[in-house]
Design a protein around this ligand. Structure first.
Ligand code: DX5
Ligand code: ZN
Length: 240
């Protein structure tokens, strides 16, 4: 199965040319063994998704920069940092400087997303903008040329293990239409409740990067769970 073009992990530049990105969220892993959790998905996943929460933007508290700096040394897998924090202008550049591949901040927390995206790119990272459940995407479509990643939350940000909200896929379709119409190089990521029974509909709507916490780290074999999710996503992409 490893040699199948459908299940093989991408070997190209991460995040740029792979048809679909699978980004397991370590929020669902054992926080006492984070380095092991990341190594468990090396060779299978494209990115590792790191959920940073500040108990202010969202009512939950997870990990911050010191943990990311330490974990970065434990693996070569690209980091996809999802900042669910207020004042991202103050904190986001530090994650880029720590070597994160992609740094995503929330539209609801940022006054000038284009300026912050430029700062992140200047610091050597890809720049991502996240749209939470209750935020319409239309006002942000014109910012796509300044972004590398647009993340559509398919739950309300703050906690893992929530139920996927299929109505969020209308936003995914709107963003995909704009990316296609303007021929933009932007990853369209979905986050929340992504699992074997939901990833195909997200891919069919136009997503090409998939965060999965519970579906990967709740499985007996996280790497195998990643391969299964990739196969489902790419089958759906091939049909759409
Ligand atoms: C929640 C986080 C998600 C979370 C997803 O706010 O942004 O990345 O880990 O977890 P699952 O896949 O369990 O919904
Ligand atoms: Zn996330």
């Amino acid at each position: 199965m490893e040699s199948s073009p459908i299940t093989a992990p991408s070997t190209t530049v991460p995040g740029t040319t792979a048809p679909s990105i699978i980004a397991p969220s370590i929020l669902a892993a054992d926080f006492a063994h984070l380095a092991d959790a990341v190594r468990d998905i090396e060779g299978a996943a494209d990115w590792v998704h790191v959920d940073v929460m500040d108990n202010h933007f969202v009512p939950n508290l997870t990990i911050g920069l010191p943990v990311v700096q330490s974990l970065r040394k434990a693996t070569t897998i690209p980091f996809d940092v999802h900042l669910m924090i207020t004042d991202p202008e103050r904190w986001a550049p530090g994650y880029a400087e720590a070597g994160a591949y992609n740094v995503t901040f929330h539209a609801e927390a940022c006054e000038n997303p284009v300026a912050l995206a430029k700062t992140l790119r200047a610091a050597g990272a890809k720049a991502g903008l996240a749209i939470d459940r209750d935020t319409p995407v239309e006002p942000y479509l014109e910012l796509l040329p300044y972004l590398d990643t647009l993340l559509i939350m398919t739950i309300k940000a703050g906690f893992g293990g929530q139920k996927f909200l299929p109505e969020m896929l209308d936003k995914v379709r709107d963003v995909r239409r704009r990316i296609t119409a303007k021929d933009l190089q932007v990853r369209l990521e979905v986050d929340g409740g992504i699992a074997a029974d939901t990833i195909e509909q997200a891919a069919a709507a136009g997503a090409d990067a998939f965060v999965a916490g519970t579906a990967v780290y709740g499985a007996d074999d996280p790497a195998e769970a990643v391969r299964k999710l990739r196969a489902l996503a790419e089958r759906s992409l091939a049909h759409s």
